[in-house]
Design a protein around this ligand. Structure first.
Ligand SMILES: Nc1ncnc2c1ncn2[C@@H]1O[C@H](COP(=O)(O)OP(=O)(O)OP(=O)(O)O)[C@@H](O)[C@H]1O
Ligand SMILES: [Mg+2]
Length: 214
C-alpha cells in the first residue's frame, strides 16, 4: 500500500544539537503507532517533520499517499500540538470550525461537524468559551476535537493526553483511534504514559535509536 508519509535517512539538528542522526520510517494507511522516549528524545521534532512543518537537516520526507499540492496536503494532515494551540480570540467551537472553513467546508457542515466533535470529547458545553476560560485539559480536548472534525488521513498527536486524568486520557486516545480507523488513515501518537503506550501494538521508541553527539 502506498505510504502516507515516509522519512528517508532523515536527520535533524537544531544548531549544534543533533536530535536524529538518521531516521527511516514508512507509515502506511491503517497503521497506528505510539512514539515513546525520554523528554528531549525528539518525539515532537519527529512529528513536526512528518507534518511538514519543519524540514529535516539531512535526508528527505515525502507523502506519496497524500496530495502533491501542499495546500491540499495540509488539510489531509491533522496535528494535536504539545503546546496549547487554540486561537485565543476564538471560541472553542470557532477554533474547531476554522480549519474546516479554510478548507472550503460550508458553514453549516463545519458547525455541525465541529459541534459533534466537541460532544465526542465531552466538551459540548464549552463551545462558546474562549481558551483563556478553559482549563489545560479542556483546551487539550478542544484541540483533539479540532482534529476529530477534520477527518484527516494522517493524524499526528503530540502528547494529546498530557493534561488529562486517566479516564479522559483513555477516552481521547480511543476517539482518535476510532476517527483514524473510520477515515482509513494512520495515527502517530507521542506519549510518556506507559498505560496508553501499552494499548498500541506498534511502537517507535526513540530512546533505542542511536543518538549521536556532534
Ligand atoms: N526549536 C528548537 N530549537 C533548538 N532546539 C530545540 C528546538 N526544539 C527542540 N529542541 C531540542 O531538540 C531536542 C528534542 O526536542 P523535542 O521537543 O523533539 O523532544 P520531545 O521528545 O518531544 O520531549 P518532551 O517529551 O519533553 O516533549 C531537545 O534536546 C530540545 O532541546
Ligand atoms: Mg515533545
Amino acid at each position: 500500500m502506498t505510504p502516507l508519509v515516509a522519512a528517508e535517512s532523515a536527520g535533524i539538528d537544531y544548531g549544534v544539537t543533533r536530535v536524529f542522526e538518521e531516521i527511516d520510517l514508512v507509515i502506511a494507511p491503517g497503521t497506528q503507532t505510539v512514539i515513546t522516549g525520554r523528554s528531549g528524545s525528539g518525539k515532537s521534532t519527529l512529528l513536526l517533520i512528518l507534518a511538514g512543518l519543519i524540514e529535516p537537516s539531512r535526508g528527505a520526507v515525502s507523502w506519496p499517499g497524500l496530495s502533491p499540492d501542499p495546500r491540499i496536503r495540509r488539510g489531509q494532515i491533522g496535528m494535536v500540538f504539545q503546546a496549547p494551540s487554540l486561537m485565543p480570540e476564538l471560541s472553542a467551537l470557532e477554533n474547531v470550525t476554522l480549519p474546516l472553513r479554510l478548507r472550503g467546508t460550508s458553514l453549516a457542515t463545519a458547525w455541525a461537524d465541529s459541534g459533534a466533535a466537541l460532544a465526542t470529547v465531552g466538551a459540548a458545553d464549552l463551545a462558546d468559551s474562549r481558551p483563556a476560560q478553559l482549563s489545560g485539559g479542556q483546551q487539550q480536548r478542544v484541540a483533539v476535537a479540532r482534529v476529530l472534525a477534520g477527518r484527516h488521513l494522517l493524524v499526528l498527536a503530540d502528547e494529546p493526553t498530557g493534561a488529562l486524568d486517566r479516564e479522559n486520557a483513555q477516552q481521547v486516545v480511543s476517539q482518535l483511534r476510532e476517527a483514524v480507523t473510520r477515515a482509513g488513515g494512520a495515527l502517530l501518537l507521542a506519549t510518556h504514559d506507559e498505560e496508553i503506550a501499552a494499548g498500541f501494538t506498534a511502537r517507535l521508541d526513540l530512546d533505542s535509536l542511536a543518538q549521536a553527539t556532534p
